[in-house]
Design a protein. Structure first.
Length: 355
């Protein structure tokens, strides 16, 4: 009986958890757990003081873990995106028998596009997670989010007004990459610059022109894109001949030039279709333009165009057709005196072959 009385007296003397951890409904979980475990008011008060820092640390730890998990998922998605693009290129090549890009070009293009998209996704994920964590920490510290929201809104409006161009560049660059408008190795016309794309980011596109000049074009300044090397290209060659030239003879010579081009081992792999003589393109008082066209592999149209000009020149010489003076060979007998021909027009001559 005496022992029970001592215990009862000790219980009555010890402070209740309500007085130590605060009134009911406002008691901290950590304070109550520590008090019940240790029956020490000092430890409970210390736990109550450390409760908010502990919760903030826990929120930040959870935010870090969630961010890491989401980054891993984004990395896997980007890898899948890159592999899926490679499979589509390979499948398209098997179906058509056409290799639109070399393996190195395709790999570089896929890698850069996937990495840029992955960078955007990781940044967005990190921003959302950490913004949520900061808001939760501010609520624990008792900071008024309404007043803070007004201040942040004013600052954000000022920053947005001053960084409109930057935001426009980033948004435009994201859409360009997602839509695959162009990539590294493409020859593009961006309006302000024309050349080969060397590097693409969300903010800027780096282009090198035929003179070796490097242009840095902000993506937000690009209003239209002309991609000269996407999937396939077309070479259109306008051949000028004198007005009096027999058209059947010209068309036959151009068909011979096209056949010779197909047999040319240096460019045969770059041809997707056989050359086609489309016919008369235009007529003027002194000459006629006859067009020959051919579809080529992307990035190879300039090499094919040069080879086609050479074969057209040879075919016209063999047929006795002078692009500036018309049909001469068949009209001249061997050993006959050559009369002085009138001077060709200023815009005539073999240099005008091609468009």
């Amino acid at each position: 009986m005496i022992a029970l009385a001592v215990v009862r007296a000790a219980e009555l003397a010890a402070p209740a958890p309500v007085s130590v951890c605060g009134p009911l409904g406002e008691q901290g979980v950590l304070c109550r757990v520590v008090y019940e475990a240790t029956n020490s008011s000092g430890a409970a008060r210390a736990a109550e003081i450390l409760a908010k820092p502990f919760r903030i640390a826990l929120i930040l730890l959870i935010a870090w873990v969630v961010t890491r998990i989401l980054r891993v998922l984004v990395r896997r998605f980007v890898k899948h995106l890159s592999t899926d693009a490679a499979d589509r290129f390979a499948a398209l090549g098997k179906r058509t028998g056409i290799s639109l890009l070399t393996p190195a070009e395709a790999s570089l293009r896929r890698e850069q596009r996937a990495n840029t998209i992955g960078t955007v996704l990781r940044s967005v994920v990190s921003l959302l997670v950490w913004a949520t964590a900061v808001v939760m920490c501010m609520q624990l510290l008792g900071i008024s989010l309404a007043a803070l929201g007004i201040s942040v809104g004013i600052i954000g409006a000022a920053l947005a007004f001053g960084s409109q161009a930057l935001v426009r560049d980033l948004v435009t660059g994201a859409f360009m990459l997602v839509e695959d408008q162009y990539g590294v190795g493409d020859v593009v016309d961006l309006g302000s610059a024309t050349g080969t794309v060397e590097h693409v980011t969300l903010r800027v596109t780096r282009v090198r022109d035929v003179d070796g000049v490097v242009w840095y074009v902000p993506n937000g300044e690009i209003r239209r894109v002309g991609n000269k090397t996407q999937q396939w290209a077309v070479v259109n060659l306008d051949v000028p001949v004198a007005y009096e030239t027999e058209m059947d003879l010209v068309i036959g010579a151009l068909n011979s030039a096209g056949a010779a081009l197909v047999s040319d081992a240096e460019v045969a792999d770059a041809l997707l279709l056989s050359p086609e003589v489309l016919g008369i393109e235009s007529i003027s008082a002194d000459r006629i333009l006859v067009r020959i066209s051919i579809r080529t592999v992307a990035t190879k149209q300039w090499v094919v165009a040069r080879a086609l000009r050479a074969h057209v020149k040879k075919a016209l010489d063999d047929a006795g057709i002078d692009p500036g003076l018309g049909q001469l060979g068949p009209q001249m007998a061997p050993g006959a005196p050559v009369s002085k021909a009138p001077a060709p027009p200023a815009h005539g001559g073999i240099t005008e072959l091609g468009s």
